[in-house]
Write a protein that binds this ligand. Structure first.
Ligand code: FMN
Length: 328
């Protein structure tokens, strides 16, 4: 929301523009806290369906849901985005970049968007819905207005495109080193995300294998390449050198102005769920969070594979690896 201007402050870990090995501390103040200071808050005892409220109060044995609402809030994604920006700076050294853009909102789908990285980045950053299809974006805005008027909320789909990853990042050797698994966990743990798809994963499940797998080609100039990318750039838990494409499916946010049925946990009476300050559609914001979450995973994988105590050393290892795969 507009009051959340989210200015990160660097508290430790950086000296003259470089990390020095101490923990990198980034603080983002919660301005909402200032608005509440000194005010008496009434006890919250009615859980909202779709939120952490009910399971949280049962698990942590509290009778006031407020502490659950605060800690389970997607405000934590601001920290994710701040940390992800550090990962993005690191990935830039390898010319890796990630774009999270809205491909569907409240059932309105983007019909076309540029494949080219620079054009996609430029159009996405110009759109306040982070949607590269201008016509679809107009319809999406109408959907948001209608949802606000109805006291309802809407979900949608974000696509994260990851450019510049060489083959062989991740591994099939252990389950917890698979790049598909790592990305799925990072993206699925963004609040509201209920499904993660790699490439054409969902459509592929109902096609024949011959229609699904991306045939392999070779030319001296390009080395190994594909003419299609239904796999979304990952095979056998490793990047295959094609663009990595992951889609995340978000449920409509849970706080509704038009309240759903709930129960007052103090007296077990049937009541309506309360409304607390809330957005209507968070899909565009989730695109920014998805970039950060994917950047974190890739930065860890790059650092594990290429090591190094300085960027120059890491780049030597990286360039040596690129030479090695070219020999094949
Ligand atoms: C960037 C972002 C902002 C969000 N803002 C809100 C909000 O204002 N109101 C709300 O009810 N849910 C909001 N959510 C969604 C809730 O955090 C989410 O519905 C809740 O955590 C339960 O979803 P879960 O079952 O996936 O954890 C937001 C999610 C994200 C990613």
């Amino acid at each position: 929301m507009k009051i959340e201007t989210d200015t990160p402050e660097l508290l430790s870990g950086i000296w003259r523009g470089k990390t020095i090995g101490s923990p990198l501390t980034i603080m983002i103040r919660n301005h909402d806290w200032e608005n509440w200071k000194g005010k008496k808050l009434s006890k919250k005892t009615i859980p909202r369906p779709g939120h952490a409220d009910l399971a949280g109060m049962l698990k942590y044995d509290v009778d006031d849901i407020q502490s659950i609402i605060e800690r389970a809030s997607a405000r934590e994604t601001a920290a994710k985005v701040a940390a992800g920006s550090i990962a993005k700076i690191y990935l830039r050294c390898f010319d890796v970049d990630i774009i999270g853009h809205t491909v569907s909102l409240g059932g309105v789908a983007a019909k076309s968007f540029p494949d080219d990285y620079n054009r996609l980045r430029a159009t996405v950053e110009k759109s306040d819905l982070r949607c590269a299809d201008k016509e679809a974006a107009k319809e999406m805005k109408k959907r948001i207005t209608a949802a606000i008027e109805n006291g309802d909320t809407i979900g949608g789909v974000v696509e994260a495109r990851i450019f510049g990853v060489p083959p062989g990042i991740g591994s099939y050797a252990q389950w917890d080193r698979r790049l598909d698994g790592l990305l799925a966990q990072a993206l699925m743990s963004i609040p509201s995300v209920k499904a993660v798809e790699l490439g054409e994963g969902i459509a592929n499940s109902s096609l024949d294998g011959s229609e699904v797998h991306d045939p392999i080609f070779y030319s001296r100039q390009k080395s190994y390449y594909r003419k299609s990318n239904r796999a979304g750039g990952i095979e056998g838990g490793m990047s295959n050198g094609e663009e990595i494409v992951a889609r995340i499916y978000l449920k409509p946010i849970s706080t509704l102005r038009k309240p759903l049925a709930s129960v007052d946990t103090e007296n077990h009476k049937a009541v309506k769920a309360p409304y607390v300050r809330s957005d209507t559609a968070i899909v565009p914001a989730a695109g920014v969070v998805a970039e950060a979450a994917a950047a974190w995973v890739l930065a860890r994988c790059f650092s594990q594979k290429f090591g190094g105590d300085s960027i120059d050393e890491t780049l030597r290892n990286y360039n040596g690896y690129l030479k090695q795969i070219k020999r094949r």
